[in-house]
Ligand binder design. Sequence first.
Ligand SMILES: Cc1ncc(COP(=O)(O)O)c(C=O)c1O
Length: 395
Amino acid sequence: MSQWHELEHQYFMNTVERLPVTLVRGQGAWVWDEGGRKYLDFVAGWAVNSLGHCQPVVAEAVTEQAHILIQTSNQFYTIPQIQLAELLVKNSCLDKVFFCNSGAEANEGAVKLARRYGKRYLGGAYEVITTMGSFHGRTLAMVVATGQSKFQQPYIPLPAGFVNVEYNNIEAIKAATTSQTCAVMLEPVQGEGGVNLPDDNYLTAVRGWCDQTGILLILDEIQTGAGRTGTLFAYEQYGVEPDIMTLAKGLASGIPIGAILAKDRASVFTPGEHGSTFGGNPVACAAGYATLKFIIDNDIAGNAGRMGQYLTAGLESLRQKFQFITDVRGRGLLVALEFNSDIAESVVMACLDRGLLVNRVKPNALRFMPPLIIGREEVDEALAILDKALSSIVI
Ligand SMILES: Cc1ncc(COP(=O)(O)O)c(C=O)c1O
């Protein structure tokens, strides 16, 4: 065992089963371990390194900002956060932005905002409807929002105010709506739940229901936003506009950041009702601005769409070859490959041995979420490694 693995066991809380690799360097779609071995990274920090590892425009923005101003309190105006907020608003359907530090924190804030809206306009309604198989983060409230009992069970008793209903079932949302409901919160495509796509018209039906009842639609675009699904935001592909949207992960290509965006009418916080010491940090916002500007100026979302199709076509070919592959699905560069049995862990290890990092999203499914800047050569290389890895699996 590497000395780093031993030290980790000694000093770290036991919250994750790590793969037996210590990564020390990254560039583009590649990472290197402490022994100098190179891996093609189709995990990208769990859909975070949108522009790849150590993308120069991001590294330069961070370095430059770190020499100018690293942190102040939010009682003062700072320029990078205003610039990033303006860029987000000008390129989305939302009007106002609040910055925080992670996805879970953005969703917490979004739910607080919906509750404030409920107090002001919906007679004190506070309940949020979410879906089974969703993932909204690890804070105590967000494990309740997350419709997966494995994240909830260890923490019972749970905070009140959430109802989990079946995904892709508009009637379930209608049935769960009461006078206490203030919002529906959904991922446009469920990421951690296994890359589950919405049925045609599901999101428009949910939007219609929210309009009819006056409740808010919160879209959690933490995984799908910032170009991952082939458009800057996934909602653009489904013909709906959220009242509130949350972002994090790929927004600053690896620097921690979260954001809540809202339409003017839903932007109901007043001073003192919400806040964050580090939220809107100048270095994080400079990284976010550099990332988002690069994505927009270079049509990186378009590349994600094209490379996603190319990857999906390659995976479909592997499906013809390997009978145990049962499904290929995804949007842009958020793609899953499903098997007829729980072999995902073995495939992950077989890929690792051959120099490819992929994610086991379910016991029987892999998820691919490479940097959005990848080209055909890298997709070809990943598919070739995966082909060999799948050939090595004994069913
Ligand atoms: C859709 C979605 N929402 C929220 C989160 C939580 O984000 P974070 O881990 O930054 O708190 C995740 C993380 O995987 C996610 O995929």
